[in-house]
Structures are given as structure tokens and as C-alpha cells.
Design a protein around this ligand. Structure first.
Ligand SMILES: *Cc1c(COP(=O)(O)O)cnc(C)c1O
Length: 386
């Protein structure tokens, strides 16, 4: 059977190549290569898709998080609640600002923050008055419960900063039947346009979106060394600009975003169908279709319940099928966070997830036959390892 890559950007490029090259040519000819008109236009698009008014382009998603927290005045002596099951940048933005992360455990089905645990921390933490924000991640592209987050914000007087690096275009359906976008709730919410993200550039890029004018302006100063007026520095910011060529590429790709999301969901449904057909549910958990939110499938992550996850990964690799582990080690057990004093066993759901998860190929251009090949091999593996 054929090889199936975990991810492949070249198929997409074949389709959009001419548009992209033309947009890049336009940008270079304009002579405005940093924070130019295309950046402005793209900031507007990202604000719109997030249901807010302002977008501030920065150099990458990690800086977006760092700047967002800084703009909210989070610093030394402050605490921020976040997930231990996410990319490192979600937590390092807290410590880069001199504040302290508090990790809450995750929900075993969605891998998102367990909001019961978050509420428990807000109620009982010994420094609860210094908890300034909740920093949730819509992990793998599945929207968190934005209504419950809003309730926590009101009840405990904390800010919300959403890490939307994996969830561009995802929605939460509210009890009144209306939908709201991921990124719409945070006082500031952040995106990454790293090439492998659902909306990825051909290089690095990131953005903060906000409905609050003051916060957005503050972020815009911080990305230019904190200078409100050029060469006059009221505070110490960083150099984190968004470049015009990436904006040119992303404006082209933005037109296809809806289609890309639809295609990712198509792949996920095909896995779902084939897993059921082949009776694989006793061996693995997989994300079932949901109707109170969208899952835009930045990653399609299964949980290996029987046999060895690492064995399965090696088996697939030998047969030319790409897979990956997001994430192999929870953040509360990373050596760099030893000083926080977390111990193994403290956040058992996240720890178990790290031992069991496996991300399978998913991208808009992945063909139906390729999904079939992946599932064939999975069935083969579980049959011979019964
Ligand atoms: C990718 C990612 C980031 C960081 O984005 P970069 O652009 O790589 O700095 C932050 N949080 C999450 C959840 C991510 O997946």
C-alpha cells in the first residue's frame, strides 16, 4: 500500500501558487515590507473572523501570547491558570512575564481544560486574589465552552486570554442557539500562522485580536519596543513585527479557509466511519462528531487503549504512514518547571493522555483512499496484537 504523510503542504501550493506569487510580487513592488497595507488588511480579516474589532500582527504565536499578557498588566506576583497539555508557549508566556502558571487538569474526552478543576482552583488557591487570568487553549481545534468561561470570568473577576493557535475559524454554539467564535471572548486572544497551522504562512507569524481598543493599542506599542511615539519609550517592549510577505500569502489562503476547514472535517468523518465499520472502538478512542461546537481538526488525535502506543507508531512508520505525538510530556512535569513543585500523579488525566495519544494524518488535501490505507494498517496492527 502507498505511503501516507502526516502532513503535506506541497499539494496545496500547487493550487494557490499563481495567486501567492502574484501577491508576493505586489507586496515587494509596494516597497512597504513591514507592517504595510497587506498586514493591515489581514489584521482586519482576523478580527472579523474572531468576532472582534481589532487585530495586531506580531512575529509569531509565542510572542502574541507574551504581548497579550503583558498588555493586560500581568507580571511578577501574579498567577495564571492554564493547561498542562498544550504546546510549551502557552505556559512560557506566563513565566516570560514574571508571573506563575497554575496548571489545572484536562477533560479526558476533549483534552481541553477541565473547567470544574479551574473553578476549584479559583475558589481554593491560597493566592486566589492574585490569579489574574485563565489562559485556555482550544486544543487540536476543538472549541472550549466559552459560555462557562464567561461565567467564571464574571464570578471570579479574572481575565480570559484565549490561545487560538490551533482553532482558527472554530465556533461554540450557545444555549440561545447562536454561535460565537473562538477568540471572541478573550480580553485578548492569540493566533499563530506557523506553516503547519490550519491557516499557515510560509514562515512565522502571529496575531493578537481584541475587542478592546486600549488593549489592542497597547499590544501594538509593545511589538515596537514599547514606543508609543517612535524613539520615545514609556515601557520596555520587544521587536515583534509581522512581515508584509507573510500577510500577502495569508490573505490568499484566507479566501480558502472555510474550504480547508470543511475538508479537514471530511477527513475526520471518514476516519470515524471506517473505525466503526472495522470495529476498532474497543482498541482506540477517537474524536466523535460534536454539534455544540466545531472541531476544526488542526490535529486528529486518537487514544490507544489496548496494546502499545509507541509500538503502533513504529508499526505505522515502517509502513510509510506518518503519525506524531502531541504531547509526549505534560508541562507541569517539564524540568524547566521543577521550581513550581508539581509531582507525577498530580494531574493524572493529562499525564495519561501523554502516554496514550497519537495524531494521525489530517490535512485538507488528504485523499479518501489515503485515510483508508491508514485505517487498514491500524486494523492490521490491532488484529495481530490482540
Ligand atoms: C503553535 C502554537 C503556539 C505558538 O505559535 P508559534 O507561532 O509557533 O510561536 C502557541 N500555542 C499553541 C497551542 C500552539 O499550537
Amino acid at each position: 500500500m502507498r505511503d501516507v504523510p502526516l502532513f503535506d503542504l506541497t499539494r496545496q501550493y500547487e493550487v494557490i501558487r499563481e495567486d501567492v506569487l502574484e501577491a508576493i510580487d505586489e507586496a515587494i513592488k509596494s516597497g512597504k515590507l513591514i507592517l504595510g497595507p497587506k498586514v493591515k488588511a489581514f489584521e482586519q480579516k482576523m478580527a472579523e473572523i474572531s468576532g472582534v474589532r481589532y487585530g495586531v500582527g506580531v512575529a509569531n504565536g509565542s510572542d502574541a501570547l507574551y504581548i497579550a499578557l503583558k498588555a493586560l498588566g500581568i507580571g511578577e506576583g501574579d498567577y495564571v491558570i492554564t493547561s498542562p497539555f498544550t504546546f510549551f508557549a502557552t505556559a512560557s508566556c506566563i513565566t516570560r512575564n514574571g508571573a506563575t502558571p497554575i496548571f489545572a487538569d484536562i477533560d479526558p474526552e476533549t483534552f481541553n481544560l477541565d473547567l470544574d478543576q479551574v473553578e476549584e482552583i479559583l475558589k481554593t488557591h491560597k493566592k486566589s486574589d492574585r490569579i489574574k487570568a485563565i489562559l485556555p487553549v482550544h486544543i487540536f481545534g476543538q472549541t472550549m465552552d466559552l459560555e462557562r468561561l464567561a461565567t467564571l470570568r464574571e464570578a471570579y473577576g479574572v481575565e480570559i486570554v484565549e490561545d487560538c493557535a490551533q482553532s482558527v475559524g472554530s465556533l461554540w454554539k450557545m444555549k440561545n442557539g447562536k454561535s460565537t467564535q473562538s477568540g471572541s471572548l478573550g480580553k485578548a486572544s492569540t493566533f499563530s500562522f506557523f506553516p503547519t497551522k490550519n491557516l499557515g504562512g510560509y514562515g512565522d507569524g502571529g496575531m493578537i485580536v481584541s475587542d478592546d481598543k486600549e488593549t489592542a493599542e497597547h499590544c501594538a506599542f509593545l511589538r515596537k519596543h514599547g514606543a508609543r511615539k517612535k524613539y520615545f519609550h514609556d515601557e520596555i517592549g520587544i521587536n515583534s513585527r509581522f512581515d508584509e510577505l507573510q500577510a500577502a500569502v495569508l490573505l490568499v489562503k484566507f479566501k480558502y479557509l472555510e474550504e480547508y476547514i470543511t475538508e479537514r472535517i471530511r477527513v475526520a468523518y471518514r476516519y470515524d466511519e471506517l473505525f466503526r465499520e472495522k470495529g476498532l472502538a474497543e482498541f482506540l478512542d477517537y474524536p466523535s462528531p460534536v454539534d455544540d461546537r466545531t472541531h476544526v481538526f488542526h490535529q486528529y488525535v486518537i487514544r490507544v487503549k489496548k496494546g502499545s502506543r509507541d509500538g503502533l507508531r513504529a508499526f505505522l512508520k515502517d509502513r510509510g504512514v506518518g503519525s506524531s505525538i502531541y504531547y509526549p510530556k505534560p508541562l507541569h512535569l517539564q524540568p524547566c518547571f521543577d521550581y513550581l513543585g508539581y509531582e507525577k500523579g498530580e494531574l493524572p488525566v493529562a499525564e495519561k493522555a501523554c502516554d496514550e495519544v497519537l495524531a494521525l494524518p489530517v490535512f485538507p488535501e488528504l485523499r479518501g483512499e489515503e485515510v483508508e490505507v491508514v485505517v487498514e494498517w491500524l486494523a492490521e496492527y490491532f488484529k495481530s496484537n490482540r
